[in-house]
Design a protein around this ligand. Structure first.
Ligand SMILES: *Cc1c(COP(=O)(O)O)cnc(C)c1O
Length: 323
């Protein structure tokens, strides 16, 4: 991981190495942080104007939606952020600008700091940090070989599954480790009813003909990439449905893919070594990495949008100028 110069820490930019917290911080002990993962992309070669005279430069993808979700996730923990939505969005822009970043991953986190050690964080201050650093593809550029893991996704009556909370990632970490320990790229998790939920940090889609399906909300994190890909797929003429999906549905699909800020749109080559029908390799070998035509189209269109190359979706971007 490549360090940058500054981290935004409770309202001030401080040197990367000085952004430290107390070891008795509540969220370290109890997992009570709310966080986000956001990406900023370089657009149109960094020139100052494009053909239709829109300002270009690096652009943050869905900044507002991410910071709204940060506030929502914090609220689910009874945490009130000491900053407004606008202030938080400004803080992200300031962080990437001061670090002169061109493309990067952005990690805002709000957590309970040190006040006293007890379960209810009544006397713990709310702290907010925003860090950003250059970062490439999360699951690699190759289609993923995934496995259905034993670790079920969190039950919605156990934790607030629709919030992005640090403690929930114990479940993600265990699922991810189960997959990589067995030599797979990533895990696919089932919900408490045995239906497909999602990956440890990615939403899941299947493609069958002109229909694209994804698990309905309830046991999953409502991803901003998921929502964007659903809109994009509809605009491209696909039928998009949110429904209950079983392993059988996935195995009989033409293609499957993951979405997420980190994973972007990642093709899935195989599930438990059973190759997807239209993961068009020259070989029938489950290990042959390949990407199906619909996934390929969606992935390419999605990446174009993030790079500011599709005017229709420029409203999803926050351009950062001034460096
Ligand atoms: C963050 C996350 C996702 C992806 O959400 P995006 O908003 O698309 O980044 C999916 N699943 C889980 C469990 C997550 O934490």
């Amino acid at each position: 991981m490549q360090a940058t110069k500054y981290i935004w820490f409770n309202g001030k930019l401080v040197p990367w190495a000085s952004a430290k917290i107390h070891v008795l911080s509540h969220s370290l002990h109890y997992g009570t942080g709310a966080f986000e993962g956001i990406r900023m992309y370089e657009t149109e070669k960094g020139s100052s104007t494009d053909a239709d005279h829109q300002p270009v430069g690096p652009a943050i993808f869905h900044l507002k939606r991410h910071m709204e979700r940060l506030i929502f996730s914090a609220k689910s923990l009874g945490m009130k952020l000491p900053y407004t939505l606008d202030e938080l969005m400004q803080a992200v822009v300031e962080t990437v600008r001061k670090n002169k970043l061109k493309s990067c991953y952005i990690r805002p986190i709000a957590f309970f700091g040190f006040g006293e050690v007890r379960v209810l964080p009544t006397n713990c201050p709310v702290e907010v940090v925003i860090a950003a650093w250059p970062w490439g593809a999360y699951l690699g550029d190759e289609p993923a070989r995934i496995t259905v893991v034993k670790t079920l996704r969190i039950h919605p009556q156990t934790l607030r599954v629709n919030a992005k909370v640090s403690g929930h990632y114990v479940n993600s970490m265990l699922a991810g480790r189960e997959a990589t320990d067995r030599g797979f790229t990533e895990a696919l998790q089932l919900d408490y009813e045995g239906n497909i939920a999602e990956g440890p940090g990615e939403n899941f889609f299947i493609v069958k003909g002109k229909t694209i399906s994804t698990p309905k909300l309830g046991s999953i994190l409502p991803g901003i990439t998921r929502e964007s890909v659903m809109t994009l797929a509809r605009d491209l003429g696909y039928k998009v449905v949110e429904r209950t999906l079983t392993i059988k549905d996935a195995l009989s699909a033409d293609e499957c893919f993951f979405t997420g800020t980190a994973a972007e749109v990642t093709a899935i080559a195989s599930i438990d070594n059973k190759k997807m029908k239209k993961a068009n390799g020259s070989s029938t070998d489950a290990d042959a990495y390949s990407i199906g035509p619909v996934t390929k189209q969606i992935r390419e269109e999605f990446l174009k949008i993030t790079r500011g190359e599709n005017p229709r979706y420029k409203k999803w971007l926050t351009f950062v100028n001034g460096y």
